[in-house]
Design a protein around this ligand. Sequence first.
Ligand code: SF4
Length: 693
Amino acid sequence: MSAVRTTCPYCGVGCGLVAERDDKGTLRLRGDPDHPASFGRLCVKGAALGETLGLSGRLLYPQVNGQRQTWSQALDYAAGQMKAIIEQYGPRAVAFYASGQLLTEDYYVANKLMKGFIGSANIDTNSRLCMSSAVVGYKRAFGADAVPGCYQDLEQTDLLLVTGSNAAWAHPVLWQRVLEAKRRRPQMKIVVIDPRRTATCDGADLHLALRPGSDGALFNGLLREVVRRKPLAAVRFAGQEQALAAAEPWHLAACADFCQLPQAQLRQLIDWLCAADSMITLWTMGINQSTSGSDKSNAIINLHLASGHYGRPGCGPFSLTGQPNAMGGREVGGLASQLACHMDFVPEDIARLRRFWGSERIAQTPGLNAVALFDAIARGEVKAVWIMGTNPAVSLPDSLRVNQALACCPLVIVSEVAAQTDTSRYAHVRFPALAWGEKNGTVTNSERRISRQRPFLPAPGEARADWWIVAQIARRLGYGDAFAWQHPQQIFCEHAALSGFENQGQRAFDISALAGLSQQQYDQLKPVQWPVTAQHPQGTDRLLIEREGWRKDGRAALVAVEPQLPRAVVGRHYPLLLNTGRLRDQWHTMTRTGAVPRLMAHTPQPQLAIAPADARRYGLRQGGLARVVSPQGWIAVRVRVSDEQLAGSLFLPMHWTDSFAGQGRVNALVSAACCPHSGQPESKQTAVRVEPW
Ligand code: SF4
């Protein structure tokens, strides 16, 4: 029996799996009891991974304009086209759109090519849609994009606030850990803040069904009340007076009125908050996917800093990532707004990268973020886009516009596992990429834990690693010496060396102690939380304790937050707010999970959840069809009348690419309005109307 330890390819919990073959060659997958994120647990999606490994529907050979080509032909063609576009229109006319599904090594190579050698920062990622508001929040508060805590904190805390997250469905194994902790310590309080009554509320002591999008006011109100009832922490943070002044108007009655919450519920929460020795606030897309997502993230962090709930076990702000390697993407500079290893577009960091990579072509300014990138394609300013491991034709907001942009783009390159996706139908070049179980590298989960994804299946057809494909193009563009790796271990070690390069404690992301790993050590690397340095070779569970300087040197800051409601305005034509999100048993656009009958059985069709009063008002019945119309488009879906919904708000799952009619996908409806600081779209609130269909 041979066993390979690897990491789940779905959500940001980052559970460990063991893939084993028995003597007859039969493959079995089980939870890894030694993985410190999951201790052997798997959710229903992870447990069904073995049923998703067939080659049906796989892209197995390179293609150019629909014709099978050799690798040399396809690479020569793609590189030649890119080179011609760069020579004629400049480096900003090309772009990458990457994915939180990529391994860190893949991401590193793509970022190095784009920002280090092509010389433009036009590389962004679908993680922009996931956590870029939290990134802005952390950078403004701590000067670093760093989730301070670890999963044990969630088990140790006295008070857990869960806001904008249906963790029971979207991060199930982490939620199992929380519920087990609650069973052991019933005095631990769980408060869920969400307009919907989700499965996460089942384990909560209190559910605040607040008005959609009003979280900023709620956290300002909590800040105001807490600093009145508890002495302020001795530390004076930058921006403290301004943040408290901005919170001042949000007295209990004003807060309750704005958030449409009973005052008694707010009083209860404030009592618990003031009594709690430790507190965590867990958040995801309900906060981040908002036109004020960055400010909401800071409103949460403000509360923790001012109340002293940080830097200790069981304390801290804690954003979860949606994808298996959204964090790894942040580390290598996969966002257009940052450079590698959390460096910024400032002269010192640009010079540092120039010295490390030996390139005179380092990008000098931020590139286009996801929504802006596809707008630039539509305008003809970006003429070549390379899309890696993601399906923006479905997953970006206002998807009809995205499809129109791709249709008119002169060069679309797609690196994919699936032969047919909504995006790949626009591709001029299709590169077959390795899938989970075949590829080899690292991912970082929501608690900064770097884990290995190891191969346990042979590469099918002519599929190759994403990093290899990008490196081959780099060589053809004339940058061969800097892209001459033979194994992902060499890439990881270069990335680790860069993290420590001229880094005298300025950057939190530092894994320099891993820079000298041999191939064997890389193969055997155990899950470890960064920073991993000479001082902390076994990694670091909590950042704010380890980095006392954050408290002492005034780097931590509060940010004054003026609460905003969603940009979407409900009115006579569009009287309802549409929320979108994940289901328990599906993953993204269902390429994998949609092929598993037992996962499909949970929810076989997309369903519009609507409150009973709204269903009556708009003439909809349980199981009937509804037409959902927004200023962007329309779709037709089945109706599910549900008292989990707040009156005036609807919910649709994000996974399906087809519905009964219209543009099919939910993102045909969603507005592309973005947070001005993070560029993250407001996927949680779109004004719509509904009618029988
Ligand atoms: Fe995979 Fe997330 Fe489920 Fe864990 S909780 S098995 S990482 S989908």
